[in-house]
Structure formats: structure tokens, C-alpha cells
Design a binder for this molecule. Structure first.
Ligand code: ZN
Length: 257
């Protein structure tokens, strides 16, 4: 079978990979791309075979991609929805919860609370958005950065345990939540780095075996490592939030006069 015949068969194989045919009459039906059709800069994970939106360099087209299903949809919404919700929760917390204490420290306390988020957002945004760092070559470095980010709380917490003992540190800084946070960050980053589970359904780059294999591309749209990483990051952020809130309550109830 010639290469072009194989490609035609692949494009008709809608049930397998949610790819819709380019010659459809329906204007709402979109043509997603296979990995091998992408420009080099977009080729990051060859275990994900299909469901790609090809780069258009258009803000409008990118915005429109929020409205249909492709292999980044879960990545987008798994951060867009929690970050939108947490924005309002943080605003509520610093305006209505922190202020309830008589020893509330005013605007500086709010800024102190916000600075953690801002610092993390700044560095992660640079690593995530800068085109240089999106190259495949930097994948292990990106994973390492997220792991270091997960571990960045270890030194101050270890010092706390050394100085005050485990029980006191548990109350002061919510150490159980911090351990859980580190666990989810690191597990997510490791799965992202080793590209699990999509690597388990990998077939060699022989197009016929790709077509014949019922599990090839099984995680393209739902369930690949980047999505699991995103979900774990959200869980880890929630753990961090719980620890931080516990710190502030402890500060007001036991340390400040
Ligand atoms: Zn991501």
C-alpha cells in the first residue's frame, strides 16, 4: 500500500483518534493534525500521534481553539478553570478572612500573602511561555524546574522541624499539606518527563502498524502525561493553599500579640 493511501485511510479513521476529515462539507468540522504534519517547533511528544491544532500565529484562531476538542483542550481547561476560581478565593480570603483578626497587620500582610503567588507565577510563566524553553531539548530541564519548585519548601520546613520539633512544625506550617504538595508536584513532573502513560501505547513509526494497532494514540485526546501533570499541579496548589492558610491562622492565634 502506498504512503498516500495509508494517509487517506488514517484521515478517515475518525473513531480512533477524533480526527475529522479535511474534505467534510460541514464548516463546523475541523481538521486536526497528526504529529508528523506539525512544524518542527511544535513536535514535542512523538507518543501523542494525533489531535493537534497546527500553529497559525493568529490570536483569533488560538482563541477559537478554546471552542473545540483537540489534544490540548484538557490542558487548557484544567488550568483555566481552577486558576479563575482560585483568583476569587484569594481575593475573598485576603479581604474577609485575614482581616477578621484583631492583630491583622494591614495592607503589608495582604502583600506578603500575595508575593508567593506572584514570584512563582513569574518564573513559571517565563519557563512555560518563552519559545526557547518550549523546545523538546529543554523537556528534562522543564521537569527539573518543576521538581525543584516542589522541593523549594524543603529547606525552611526541615529547619523548622530541627528547631521546633515535628509536632510544632505541623501546627505552624501545615507540614502534612506540604509533604502532599511535594508528592503531587514530583509525581506529576516525573510522569511528564517519562511521558507515561502514552509511551505504553507507542508503536514504531511504521504507518501500517500504527493503523492496525487498536491502542495506538489511545491517550492522544484524554489521559496523556501532560494532562495528568496539570491535574496534579492543581492538587498540589490546593495543598499549598491549605498549608499557607494554616500558617496565617497560627501566626495570628499564637505568635502575634
Ligand atoms: Zn502545561
Amino acid at each position: 500500500m502506498s504512503g498516500s493511501n495509508i494517509r487517506q485511510r488514517k484521515e478517515k479513521d475518525t473513531s480512533k483518534s477524533n480526527i475529522q476529515s479535511s474534505n467534510s462539507k460541514n464548516p463546523l468540522v475541523r481538521r486536526l493534525a497528526y504529529y508528523h504534519e506539525l512544524d518542527e517547533w511544535q513536535q514535542d511528544n512523538h507518543y501523542i500521534k494525533s489531535g493537534y491544532v497546527k500553529g497559525t500565529s493568529s490570536y483569533l484562531e488560538s482563541f477559537k481553539s478554546l471552542g473545540y476538542l483537540h489534544n490540548e483542550t484538557v490542558n487548557i481547561y484544567s488550568h483555566l478553570i481552577p486558576s479563575s476560581i482560585s483568583f476569587w478565593i484569594i481575593l475573598y480570603y485576603i479581604n474577609f478572612q485575614l482581616t477578621q483578626y484583631e492583630n491583622y497587620l494591614g495592607i503589608w500582610e495582604k502583600l506578603n500573602f500575595l508575593q508567593f503567588g506572584l514570584a512563582c507565577t513569574f518564573f513559571c510563566t517565563i519557563f512555560t511561555l518563552h519559545p526557547e524553553f518550549s523546545k523538546n531539548y529543554y523537556r528534562p530541564y522543564r521537569s527539573t524546574m518543576f521538581i525543584l519548585f516542589g522541593l523549594s519548601g524543603v529547606l525552611p520546613v526541615a529547619t523548622g522541624v530541627y528547631e521546633f520539633g515535628f509536632e510544632t512544625t505541623k501546627q505552624r506550617c501545615g507540614i502534612i499539606w506540604l509533604i502532599l504538595e511535594g508528592f503531587f508536584y514530583i509525581l506529576g513532573a516525573v510522569l511528564y518527563a517519562i511521558r507515561f502513560p502514552e509511551r505504553t501505547t507507542h508503536v514504531e513509526e511504521d504507518e501500517q502498524s500504527l493503523l492496525d494497532n487498536p491502542v495506538a494514540g489511545k491517550f492522544d485526546i484524554f489521559g496523556h502525561s501532560h494532562q495528568i501533570f496539570h491535574i496534579f499541579v492543581v492538587i498540589a496548589a490546593f495543598c499549598h493553599w491549605k498549608a499557607l492558610v494554616q500558617c496565617y491562622h497560627y501566626l495570628h492565634q499564637n505568635i502575634l500579640q
